[in-house]
Write a protein that binds this ligand. Structure first.
Ligand SMILES: Nc1nc2c(ncn2[C@@H]2O[C@H](COP(=O)(O)OP(=O)(O)OP(=O)(O)O)[C@@H](O)[C@H]2O)c(=O)[nH]1
Ligand SMILES: Nc1nc2c(ncn2[C@@H]2O[C@H](COP(=O)(O)OP(=O)(O)OP(=O)(O)O)[C@@H](O)[C@H]2O)c(=O)[nH]1
Ligand SMILES: [Mg+2]
Ligand SMILES: [Mg+2]
Lengths: 291, 283
């Protein structure tokens, strides 16, 4: 437990008011270990520690706190600041429909997230249309259609036709029928798959989405920076949904993704049921990462 | 007198970075470094190539610790039907891996039957049914929402009636922290044992190579609830993630990594090779 480890680092510091460089560097070694165990990326940890270290040295221990608690409080503050704004809503297009593309690696939770977002949109008295643009995965269209049926939300699909064509037809269809929000489910893909990344670029070009959301698994390890930066550089993402946060993954990927893209984490998936999606809370995420 | 012999701080930092970036956890890295410091002579510790090889050897050794002649396989087991239970958290690639295994075992002239025991997730049964068609194998499936244990029971019955000699059971993804779901899985395992002597002969945990340290928690919990796993399949190694977390898992649980998932097609499954894996880990 981090608090206990830091307390043992600072055992000889009772009564001292300020932290010396040596005290801090020993504390930072514990913080570094905690962040790496939480899956925060190695390089992100390095930068983060450097930043906190400069502030910690010579700082006055907050009254009422022991030095260990003081360091944790500083780290926590920095984490919260890095993790970003609390209320991050979905953009609404000035001219309907609002179009949202969900992208990400295989199995990250995109199809489920599409349905969850559609449900929220419907709850907000808007008119969502789900689009089945994953033409590769066996029964992907079935999956989205079943979720849509459960929510009584229409699912637009054109079978195995070119997904870019399906997406553009869906937007036209939404204008005809008065659906004001189009949510596009795409196939999982690797950021290093040139052909499939080009497909997304083409879809973006033709559909001109209001928002592109990267769907990332909360248990993602060091690779989170590669995935996020690649999707952001190649496609441009507007925000992130971190899924499977109902598990016990510390979720350091959140910090890595935020640090490397600067984009907000807008929602977190908290379960398999369609109502299990919540706003992202940076303060809760910070304590979770620190363990 | 000359101080404890250790590799230089620069070399240490370089190694640490490479291993941690590969998702080999902090504590496991410390353990490997300690072993290398101990095994090598002082003069060897200043030679990066010697140190690197020593690190690789240490990891190969850890990965091979679970590879004993007792690792069950249909090739080395006489009991029929041979039952293989496929488990893991959500989205790791279980269903796709089952398709690949079915393809592989069919090519080896075994007759696998698939059991669609994920009766929970939307279109899970449809997904496996399509894969069964592609692999050219039979599938036992009930309705969505039905009892997974009943599907397993029927699949074993089908095997016993001569439909096939092997049953590969697909289960719903579930987080290891969900007690009721893990209890359900333990029940599926018990049901697999009825009417099939020695079943389940294999319990394979499917892990996603992009996952970080949480995979260790997954392995521990699945192993505990199922009273032991027989092996691991590491999927999505065709991405940029290196899957180093299996080093800690092999170390802690002495589990063999049996296969790697290298893509989304039915042929994209390879036998795990520790040396090749370790070379990719540190390059
Ligand atoms: N526990 C939990 N499971 C989730 C969550 N979100 C999705 N899942 C599960 O994760 C698995 C994968 O979800 P999908 O929505 O199929 O993932 P995907 O990204 O569309 O997968 P591909 O289309 O194959 O790339 C399913 O079993 C979902 O039920 C979540 O927030 N919590
Ligand atoms: N690139 C790559 N993708 C894979 C691999 N194995 C599976 N996938 C993809 O990962 C996604 C999830 O695969 P599934 O087989 O549905 O995973 P699952 O564990 O059965 O998911 P749940 O049943 O929802 O828990 C699909 O899009 C697969 O095509 C692999 O080795 N490499
Ligand atoms: Mg999907
Ligand atoms: Mg499945």
């Amino acid at each position: 437990n981090l608090t206990l480890r830091l307390q043992s680092v600072f055992q000889k510091l009772k009564g001292k008011g300020t932290l010396s460089e040596q005290d801090v560097s020993r504390a930072m070694r514990e913080i570094r270990r905690a962040l790496l165990q939480a899956d925060v990326n190695f390089k992100v940890v390095k930068d983060f520690i450097a930043e906190v270290e400069t502030e910690a040295v010579g700082s006055d221990v907050f009254s009422g706190l022991n030095p260990g608690q003081h360091v944790i409080k500083l780290v926590n503050q920095h984490l919260i600041k890095l993790l970003g704004e609390k209320v991050s809503k979905l953009k609404v297009a000035s001219k309907p429909p609002t179009t949202v593309m969900l992208v990400g690696l295989q199995g990250s939770g995109k199809t489920t997230a599409c349905a969850k977002l559609a449900r929220l949109i419907k709850q907000a008295h808007r008119f969502p249309l789900l689009v089945a643009a994953d033409v590769y995965r066996p029964a992907a269209i079935d999956q989205l259609e079943k979720l849509g049926a459960k929510l009584e939300i229409e699912v637009f699909s054109r079978g195995k036709q070119d997904p870019v064509k399906t997406a553009t037809e869906a937007v036209d269809y939404s204008r005809q029928k008065g659906w004001d929000t189009v949510i596009i489910d795409t196939a999982g893909r690797l950021h290093i798959d040139e052909e499939l990344m080009n497909e997304l670029k083409m879809m973006k070009q033709k559909v001109e989405p209001t928002e592109i959301l990267l769907i990332a698994d909360a248990m993602t390890g060091q690779d989170a920076v590669n995935i996020a930066s690649s999707f952001d550089e190649q496609l441009g993402i507007d925000g992130v949904i971190l899924t499977k946060m109902d598990g016990d993954a510390r979720g350091g990927a959140a910090l890595s993704i935020r640090a490397v893209t600067g984009k907000p984490i807008k929602f977190v998936g908290m379960g398999e049921k369609l109502e299990m999606i919540e706003q992202f809370h940076p303060d809760r995420m910070a304590s979770r990462i620190l363990g | 007198f000359l101080g404890a012999k250790k590799m230089s701080p620069e070399l240490l930092e370089e190694l640490e970075e490479a291993l941690i970036l590969a998702d080999v956890g902090f504590d496991t890295v410390e353990k490997i470094v300690a072993k290398v410091n101990e095994d090598l002579q002082r003069k060897e510790l200043s030679r990066p190539d010697v140190v690197k090889n020593s690190v690789k050897e240490a990891i190969v050794e850890i990965l091979s610790s679970g590879v004993t002649p007792n690792v069950p396989s249909i090739e080395n087991t006489k009991q029929r039907p041979y039952v293989s239970l496929i488990v893991g958290v959500n989205g790791t690639g279980k269903t796709t891996t089952i398709a690949k295994l079915a393809h592989r075992y069919k090519q080896m002239r075994f007759t696998p039957i698939l059991a669609a025991a994920d009766t929970f997730r939307a279109a899970a049964i449809e997904q496996l049914t399509i894969w069964a068609e592609r692999a050219g194998v039979d599938i036992i499936a009930h309705k969505e929402g039905g009892s997974p244990a009943a599907v397993v029971f029927d699949a074993v019955a089908a095997a016993n009636s001569g439909k096939g000699e092997m049953v590969i059971v697909d289960t719903a993804g579930r987080l290891h922290t969900k007690k009721n779901l893990m209890a359900e899985l333990a029940k599926i395992r018990r049901v697999a044992a009825t009417n099939a002597e020695g079943a389940p002969h294999e319990i394979l945990l499917v892990l996603d190579a992009t996952s970080g340290q949480n995979a260790i928690s997954q392995a521990r919990q699945f192993s505990e609830w199922l009273e032991g796993l027989t092996g691991i399949v590491l999927t999505k190694i065709d991405g940029t993630a290196k899957g180093g977390v299996v080093v800690t898992i092999a170390d802690e649980l002495s589990l063999p990594i049996l296969f790697l998932g290298t893509g989304e097609k039915i042929e994209d499954l390879v036998r795990f090779d520790a040396r090749a894996f370790v070379n990719a880990l540190i390059e």
